[in-house]
Ligand binder design. Structure first.
Ligand code: HEC
Ligand code: HEC
Length: 134
């Protein structure tokens, strides 16, 4: 008798589990907003990425199109994911260098793209110019 009840309870449980897992929405697909991040965290928020990019503009005294190539599909604007411009590749190396300076010599561990915790930033050298003076 007890066995039978246990069996019923178990099969009920199994049914409930099957139904819930079938009706629960799939865990929101991890769909990163950005397509081609190699240095910044892939899950960086829109707000944070914006801050980082604006820092680059200010530190180098340039606009977004200094590093980002124009759209190829005839539409206006920039293709931010494209790596066509050499300046973007240089900027990535500069990011890695700046991260390393912060981590290795200033002990800044996390979120080195975050200006608030960075000791050395692009502006430390660039001071509003694309080519820092020698
Ligand atoms: C000094 C160069 C530089 C400037 C100026 C710059 N960016 Fe970027 N941007 C980069 C680099 C480098 C990356 C890729 C970072 C990585 O690989 O983690 C990037 C990535 C991005 C991405 C992510 C694209 C994707 O899908 O992967 C967006 C969006 C973006 N930038 C927007 C902007 C905007 C808007 C501006 C102007 C306000 C700007 N950038 C100015 C260098 C620059
Ligand atoms: C330790 C100093 C230093 C730091 C920090 C630094 N840079 Fe530079 N960067 C330079 C120097 C020096 C040059 C010039 C090299 C040359 O003229 O050949 C340069 C050149 C560049 C160029 C190429 C400019 C051109 O016209 O070709 C880009 C793009 C750039 N830096 C982006 C950045 C970004 C973005 C950051 C922050 C993530 C950064 N740099 C941090 C020293 C620095």
């Amino acid at each position: 008798m007890l066995r039978k009840r246990t069996a019923i309870v178990l099969s009920l449980l199994a049914t409930v589990i099957t139904i819930t897992s079938a009706t629960m929405p799939e865990k929101a697909e991890e769909k990163p907003e950005y397509k081609n991040l190699k240095v910044l965290p892939k899950n960086i928020s829109h707000e944070e990425l914006d801050k980082v990019m604006k820092h680059y503009n200010n530190a180098l005294g340039v606009r977004c199109n200094f590093c980002h190539a124009p759209n190829k599909n005839g539409e206006k604007g920039l293709d931010f994911a494209s790596d066509e411009k050499e300046e973007k590749t240089i900027a990535r190396n500069m990011m890695k260098m700046t991260n390393k300076l912060n981590q290795k010599y200033f002990g800044t561990e996390k979120k080195v793209h975050n200006q608030a915790v960075m000791e050395v930033s692009c502006n430390t050298c660039h001071r509003g110019k694309a080519h820092p003076e020698g």
